[in-house]
Design a protein around this ligand. Structure first.
Ligand code: SF4
Length: 330
């Protein structure tokens, strides 16, 4: 099966202007990220704040342009599209943000908010658009009585349902959900996650799910990529990463995950994530890694395949290496 999305070596760099605009450094927000997605998959991007996961999502949705690298959607390199073709393509990839209140125009009714994307893309006449808006409201568990309401009249969960409806109304192939349930109560979170799953099955949607909440990601996603300092350091199925993380950073991240029993085996990392404008040489994690070796400070680890879809970038492992226990952080 051909992947719906292929991301090949994308970099997103920013010039960091210092005081008086003199000294400049380059912030490497995303630094060589590659992965592909099959239709109907839910792919999680996890990592600490500032690891580049949201920037990656925005590059995929082409809200920002990558500095280099290729984003291919259904085989088409997006960089080769004209402005007109890119506008038409935007129907296919939508993004849902954490705070629906700021992404929904407070002065407009929900009918206006949901109809606007259809008007922008010149789809249907007024009667068709109204029918489509009512249909999409039903898809997210709301009815036509919401048409004349304003965003401030809704609960947090209802607002997020409208944000999902606004993403859904154009019948996209791929939806990027950037911390889409993080601001919600746990019970509402569960309702929204179940709704997203229902929609995924109904419309064969593909999701990129960006979150710092590992429990949510494990519940929702088929595969997970762990990001650190703009790079993917480990990727695999949810079972690979959740049950047997290989990379020392993934081990630390998942050891801090709240569980019913508490987090007694938590691995505490020293220091903070380095400034992306001054990323360390060698392995990006070596300044905090409890298992760092001499070579880690100057040799960048290659991405190696452990088994199946499980890949890790760490000098502790070799291609096809299935051993695990002796490389565990303590
Ligand atoms: Fe740690 Fe070295 Fe592996 Fe990086 S390559 S994660 S520093 S052991």
């Amino acid at each position: 099966m051909k992947p719906v999305l292929e991301v090949e070596g994308i970099h997103k760099y920013y010039q960091d202007k210092k005081l008086f605009g003199k000294e400049q450094s380059v912030v490497k927000a995303v630094n060589g990220v590659s992965f592909s997605l099959n239709k109907g998959e839910a792919f999680g991007l996890v990592g600490e704040s500032g690891c580049g996961k949201s920037t990656t999502g925005k590059v995929i949705a082409q809200l920002i342009k990558q500095t280099s690298g290729v984003v291919r959607f259904q085989g088409q390199d997006l960089a080769e599209l004209s402005a007109k073709q890119l506008k038409a393509w935007r129907k296919q990839v939508q993004i849902v943000f954490q705070d629906p209140y700021s992404s929904l125009n407070p002065k407009k009714t929900l009918e206006w908010i949901l109809e606007e994307p259809l008007i922008i893309h010149k789809l249907g006449d007024k009667t068709w658009r109204r029918k489509r808006v009512i249909q999409v409201l039903a898809d997210v568990g709301l009815d036509a009585s919401f048409l004349k309401r304003y965003p401030h009249e809704l609960s947090g969960g209802q607002r997020q349902r409208i944000a999902i409806a606004a993403a859904l109304v154009l019948k996209p192939e791929l939806i990027v959900i950037d911390e889409g349930v993080s601001a919600l109560d746990v019970s509402v979170q569960a309702q929204i996650l179940n709704l997203l799953k229902k929609l995924q099955h109904k419309y064969d949607l593909t999701y990129i799910f960006i979150s710092h909440d590992l429990n949510v990601v494990q519940y929702f996603c088929d595969r997970i990529a762990v990001m650190y300092l703009g790079e993917i350091v480990e990727t695999g199925t949810t079972e690979d990463i959740g049950d047997q993380p290989k990379h020392p950073y993934s081990q630390a991240l998942f050891s801090a995950k709240p569980t019913m029993e508490g987090t007694t085996d938590r691995i505490i990392l020293k220091g903070d994530m380095p400034d992306p404008a001054h990323a360390p040489a060698g392995c990006p994690f070596h300044t905090r890694c409890p298992l760092a070796m001499e070579q880690c400070g100057h040799v960048k680890p290659e991405r190696v395949q452990m088994a199946g879809m499980h890949h890790v970038s760490c000098h502790l492992y070799e291609e096809g290496d299935m051993s695990h226990e002796n490389r565990r952080c303590i």
